[in-house]
Ligand binder design. Structure first.
Ligand SMILES: [Fe+2]
Length: 209
């Protein structure tokens, strides 16, 4: 089985929202969910350690990433290469979980191990950690600390994007996209905290609290 040290050296340096500490948090969450969901721990662990291996490759493309630049598909191919020598059943189970962890590529997680990895990765985008990541990303990309979100906001339009926009467009919907019961339980708590945070910050910005 792949160790944390062996996985760490496979990763390129990245910003604080997408660095190896994200992988370690996903690993911890995935182990927790795997236990609750009776998923195969070894497949879940290996997939979690390798899932963002190619993240740097589609960071630039963002929403426009296609199959050739989709980090989940590239990482799955890399995982097949790294794990060659192990049984085909294990390799394919890990590769499927990696391929299906991305929201936008339309590959549905079919196995409980893939569902566990998907949920663990999305849980790291919400709650206290998810909020911190959204602000870290915004700081790195020169976004204002705060801006109100207008009713007709369209991502990519004229209105400047902030962590507050990210919350309204994406983060507040994450809890409804999860696959496992135990993932949804953690998400409910994280969601509540995150909503309270943005509500508090909005009130502080208005000078009300
Ligand atoms: Fe990830």
């Amino acid at each position: 089985m792949l160790t944390i040290d062996e996985a760490c050296i496979l990763y390129e340096e990245a910003d604080s929202a997408h660095d190896f500490s994200h992988v370690l948090r996903v690993l911890a969450l995935a182990e927790h969910l795997a236990e609750q969901e009776c998923a195969d721990l070894s497949i879940v662990r290996t997939a979690a350690l390798l899932h963002d291996l190619a993240r740097a490759e589609d960071m630039e493309k963002g929403l426009d990433a296609d199959r050739e630049t989709d980090h989940a598909i590239i990482a799955a191919a890399e995982a097949r290469r790294i794990l060659s020598g192990q049984s085909e059943e294990i390799v394919e189970a890990v590769a499927h979980a990696i391929e299906a962890h991305r929201f936008r590529n339309g590959i549905e997680p079919k196995t409980i191990e893939a569902k566990v990895l998907f949920d663990a990765d999305k849980l790291d985008a919400i709650g206290a950690v998810g909020t911190a990541r959204a602000f870290a990303y915004g700081g790195r990309h020169g976004q204002p600390l705060w801006a109100d979100v207008s009713e007709n906001y369209v991502p990519g339009g004229d209105e400047s994007h902030t962590a507050h926009h990210e919350f309204h467009v994406k983060l507040k919907n994450v809890k409804d996209r999860l696959y496992t019961e135990s993932g949804r339980r953690i998400a409910a708590q994280r969601h509540q905290f995150m909503c309270a945070f943005f509500e508090q910050m909005a009130a502080e910005v208005r000078g009300e609290r």
